[in-house]
Design a protein around this ligand. Structure first.
Ligand code: FES
Length: 112
């Protein structure tokens, strides 16, 4: 199953866009970002407690603009791998989502 998320130009470098999707009959939230010219998407859920990561709507990066940072306890994640490199969930990972670029539109790809 595929779902259009947004157009590529809507995402700024070091920005992100959150979106909702349904999987296994459950409504879930994800986010997509562009970092160093590469697209990544993750489930919007901190491995520490499961809360959403963003500070405000579509703000996922820390002050340095180099890392994703959880707004609750400050865990730091590598944007390109989703690995937690500092904080209470050190060594754990954000859950990746599969996305593709199709005619300048970002498309989420979900297993049936
Ligand atoms: S909830 Fe994200 S670091 Fe604690």
């Amino acid at each position: 199953m595929e779902q259009i998320i947004c157009r590529l130009e809507e995402i700024t470098e070091h920005g992100g866009i959150s979106f909702n999707y349904t999987q296994c009959g459950e409504s879930r939230e994800g986010f997509v970002l562009v970092y160093q010219g590469q697209l990544r998407a993750y489930v919007n859920s901190c491995p520490h407690t499961g809360v959403t990561l963003n500070w405000s709507e579509n703000q996922f990066f820390d002050y340095s603009q180099q890392f994703i940072q959880c707004s609750v306890h400050g865990a730091i994640f590598q944007p390109l791998t989703g690995a937690c490199v500092r904080g209470p969930c050190l060594g754990q990972n954000l859950s990746p989502l599969e996305v593709k670029l199709d005619d300048q539109q970002l498309v989420l790809i979900l297993d049936e």
